[in-house]
Design a protein around this ligand. Structure first.
Ligand code: FAD
Length: 274
């Protein structure tokens, strides 16, 4: 059973933000609802107001600009991202990670921004966006603020978002567009499943960038490596920075082991691609 809440369907960003300025502390916004309604049904959250963002046209924007980069609006679904030709050619690991998220049907509703705001350690979009230097743009009635994704997620299902704010969009700068790379996700089954551990890697010009999910409370972005770094160098730094746990999906030891396996696999594939 869902508990009672009042439902709001704003038609403009200004209308949504003005509502949140007054009622944000008792509200939850949603776009796909694939995380929010699961938590409401489970009694983990009980908002008095539920605000649907999908009626706000400007939040559906997915666009590319040579200077600004890739803009992913709050209501862009994971399937929209996966199907986008610019994403496929310039951000292949966003395309690949998106297609690893749940099922086709779920991806028709689930949004990229919803995945980031949920801030689950195993969220599929976080590590690929982190290696690309993704930034989060927060909007409230008093204006916008922008920050690196790594500063936005602060813990397991925790972010710095205020009750009166929404994430209006994610911006992926053009700097690493076109980089060779990959996303490796370990699942318990061959079908769709949450990640047990995952690694994203890109290599561009003189640098290699790596991020690891499900191996610490937040996704871990390693410091940039020179292109001459060895597999052992990257594995060593990764093992220093992760803090995996034992849980129902895997042991900490297995997660650590698979991080090294994935780093080797990804290094071999980016070598082959360059
Ligand atoms: C069966 C199933 C399988 C799944 N498999 C995977 C998987 O393999 N990989 C994976 O990563 N995830 C998976 N998920 C989780 C979920 O589908 C994703 O996290 C999805 O991307 C969430 O997007 P959404 O639009 O549905 O979020 P919503 O449910 O709409 O929102 C999620 C949270 O973010 C908040 N929120 C949403 N949009 C905004 C905004 N613009 N500003 C501020 N706050 C906002 C909501 O209040 C809520 O707290 C799965 C879920 C289900 C039910």
């Amino acid at each position: 059973m869902l508990q009672d809440f009042s439902y709001h369907d704003p038609r403009s960003l200004a209308e949504a933000l003005s509502f949140l300025a007054e009622h944000g502390a008792d509200s939850a916004v949603f776009s796909g609802g694939t995380d929010l309604f699961v938590t409401i049904r489970a009694g983990l959250t009980a908002p008095r107001h539920v605000v649907n963002l999908k009626g706000i046209e400007e939040l559906h924007r997915l666009s590319w600009d040579e200077t600004e980069g890739l803009t992913i609006g709050a209501c862009v679904t994971v399937n929209q991202l996966v199907d986008d030709p610019v994403v496929q050619s310039r951000f292949p690991i966003l395309h690949h990670a998106g297609s690893e998220l749940a099922t086709f049907q779920l991806r028709n509703r689930a949004t990229v921004v919803g995945n980031i705001v949920t801030a689950s350690p195993c969220g599929d979009m976080s590590s690929p966006l982190l290696v690309h230097g993704g930034e989060v743009v927060l909007a409230s009635a008093s204006g916008e603020r922008r920050m690196p994704l790594g500063e936005f997620i602060t813990g397991v299902k925790r972010t710095i978002i205020r009750p009166d704010e929404i994430v209006a969009r994610i911006v992926v700068p053009p700097t690493w567009a076109g980089a060779a790379g990959g996303y490796e996700k370990l699942k318990r089954i061959k079908g769709h499943d949450l990640g047990v551990v995952a690694v994203a890697m890109i290599r561009h010009r003189d640098a290699i960038r790596v991020s690891i999910s499900s191996a610490a409370p937040t996704p871990v972005l390693l410091p940039d490596f020179p292109a001459s770094a060895s597999i052992a160098d990257i594995q060593k730094k990764a093992q220093e920075m992760i803090s995996p746990i034992d849980d129902v999906r895997a042991t900490a030891e297995y997660r650590s082991f698979m991080v090294n396996v994935f780093i080797k696999r990804l290094m071999d594939s980016v070598e082959a691609a360059s």
